[in-house]
Design a protein around this ligand. Sequence first.
Ligand SMILES: C[S@@+](CC[C@H](N)C(=O)[O-])C[C@H]1O[C@@H](n2cnc3c(N)ncnc32)[C@H](O)[C@@H]1O
Length: 192
Amino acid sequence: MLVRYLSLTLIMAGLVFAAAALYKTFNHQPDVGWAPTPDHSAELGLAWASVGPGDVLYELGCGDGRVAIVAARLGARVVCVEIDSALAAKAGQAVKAAGLEDRVEVLNEDLFDVDMSPATVVFIFLLPSVNERLRPVFEASLQPGTRIISREFEIKGWPAGRRLELPGFLFLGWTMPLEVPQQAVHPLEKSL
Ligand SMILES: C[S@@+](CC[C@H](N)C(=O)[O-])C[C@H]1O[C@@H](n2cnc3c(N)ncnc32)[C@H](O)[C@@H]1O
């Protein structure tokens, strides 16, 4: 009887794990499609943010790994997070071909599931809506002094970023923690 009970429990647990894996596979879609940042722009953007030895750069949505490779060549250690399995595999191959496996780790994961607290620099090229969802994650997990570089898009709720404008490209930068202006309190609210 006990054996039967234990077997049933194991089968149930297996089914739960399988369902969780299937849920993860089918429900974690990219929040943004792939559009690469050319090497030269990445070099200028990362140099502008003083990325170099001693940095741990998290690239959230790293596509085929080209920005990660530029960052590693500047001396940073890099965590390249990409939800699309084919792109993540491509990034892994590119990192290997560049001989940078000791500096770049490729994670085939959803960027919202990753612990980014070890980062000293975060690089994103996403969309305004995704940046907005990331803002509380950054505020909760990034260490003071961590720089954030966003290609093209501001982060709603934060002061305007420092700007590097290149022909056809825009990089925006912030350093944690941010001086976020407090929302004005209505005089009536104050008296309550
Ligand atoms: C506009 S591309 C930028 C690629 C790369 N950062 C670059 O600048 O060359 C955005 C990338 O984010 C990936 N992505 C979208 N949503 C994601 C998510 N939730 N987690 C991880 N990667 C994601 C896409 O698959 C795509 O490769």
